[in-house]
Design a protein around this ligand. Structure first.
Ligand code: MLT
Length: 396
């Protein structure tokens, strides 16, 4: 028996587990500390009432002879896939076919699982800083990963350059962790690159509902040519507060063909073999969220988080700390004060302000010297955290 030695090439602990461990150690020393969590991007607003009602009704239906559901379709129920297709049409004017949509338990799982359909010899390009899942899942499989620097000089939005050789390209827009978002013109350049090189873009749209800039596409399929080169991942986690409820979806367009094979068919084959679908009540709740009344309710929560993001951004503007994000995104990516490095500033903020952020260095080399704040907290906590930060660092 031999184990997968590639696991030796990744960090021993996942970034957010490391953050949680440091916080645990701090709490052990100072159990009375009143911590405010602005680290992991986990939502705090409750599920909207429309979702709750749909979930309860579906659970009751499951308790009846007539309404009981056993195994559902691996690809997701038709009612939810149709609702997702409608959502794309309404929000972006994009036409998707129901059989191109695959419902799952979240974008993170699909982003890792999709690699099953690609050869290990493909070269992978990621932006740096990067959501660690893109890198770790590929390194676990033994794939070569190249990094495209996202810095203040390129507005944290790396572009294809002459000589770039990448088979699989991960783009996340609005970006986790920087909050920067590709506009149409920049995204078009990536689509042109992928079509010209036969590459596949894995587009993470998990934060699309936070976009307010009309020039920033909410889906890569708003770009001409994307249907022949891109797979899109999205999730109700951040859109509708489903981080604990688990529901996401992946779009694999029929026109996406590599090596003469439709990737949609390969993904269907993979999912039908390894996945048994998402719980029926959860899919009913997800469909309700994407329908009229549900949309109105979930957008209220998103506006709430966006207002928090503005409070954070205004604080950093006042302190003259250079930052990006917060406008089309729940994340604010800020340079640490006094030239501090990410982990020392994380510790400083934790011990002096009792505020938890995420150290930028955990997202890649280009993240060193930065930290990420999330707006997924209550108004009260966000205001209190910013007050503490202004009082402590505003005097220095
Ligand atoms: C984050 O904090 O980056 C997110 O919560 C990660 C995720 O969605 O898995």
């Amino acid at each position: 028996m031999r184990i997968n030695k590639n696991y030796g090439n990744i960090e021993e602990t996942y970034l957010f587990s490391e953050v949680a461990e440091r916080v645990r150690q701090f709490m052990a020393k100072d159990p009375g500390a009143c911590l405010i969590k602005m680290g992991i991007g986990d939502v705090t607003r409750p599920l909207c009432q429309t979702a709750v009602k749909a979930m309860v009704a579906a659970a009751e239906e499951m308790g009846t002879e007539k309404g009981f559901h056993g195994y559902g379709p691996e690809q997701g129920y038709g009612f939810l896939r149709d609702e997702i297709a409608d959502y794309y049409q309404r929000t972006s004017g994009v036409k998707l076919f129901s059989d191109e949509i695959f419902v799952s338990d979240g974008a993170k799982s699909d982003i890792g699982n999709i690699l099953d359909i690609f050869d290990v010899d493909n070269v992978v390009a990621v932006t740096d800083p990067v959501y660690p899942v893109y890198v770790d899942t590929n390194v676990m499989a033994g794939r070569k990963v190249i990094k495209l620097s996202a810095t203040a000089d390129n507005g944290f939005l790396p572009m294809p350059y002459p000589g770039l050789q990448a088979d699989i390209i991960y783009l996340c827009s609005p970006n986790n962790p920087t909050g920067a978002a590709y506009d149409k013109e920049r995204l078009t350049k990536w689509v042109e690159y992928a079509n010209a090189h036969g590459s596949v873009i894995l587009f993470d749209a998990a934060y699309e509902a936070f976009i307010s800039d009309p020039d920033v596409p909410r889906t890569i399929y708003a770009i001409e040519g994307a249907r022949s080169c891109a797979i899109e991942f999205c999730s109700l986690s951040k859109t509708a507060g489903f981080t604990g409820t688990r529901c996401g979806y992946t779009v694999v367009p029929s026109g996406l063909i590599r090596d003469g094979v439709q990737l949609r068919k390969m993904w269907l084959r993979r999912q039908t073999t390894k996945f048994n679908g998402v719980a029926y009540p959860v899919q009913r709740a997800a469909a309700a969220c994407l329908h009229e009344q549900g949309i109105a309710e979930i957008m209220e929560n998103i506006s709430y988080y966006k207002e928090n993001a503005k409070i954070i951004a205004d604080t950093f503007t006042e302190l003259k700390w250079p930052f990006t994000g917060g406008k089309n995104s729940p994340y604010i990516w800020v340079q640490c004060p006094h030239g501090m490095k990410s982990w020392p500033f994380f510790d400083d903020l934790l011990s002096r302000a009792n505020v938890i952020c995420t150290p930028g260095a955990g997202f890649g080399d280009c993240g060193e010297g930065y930290v990420r704040f999330t707006s997924f907290n209550s108004r009260e906590n966000t205001e209190e955290a910013m007050k503490r930060i202004r009082e402590i660092y505003g005097q220095e």
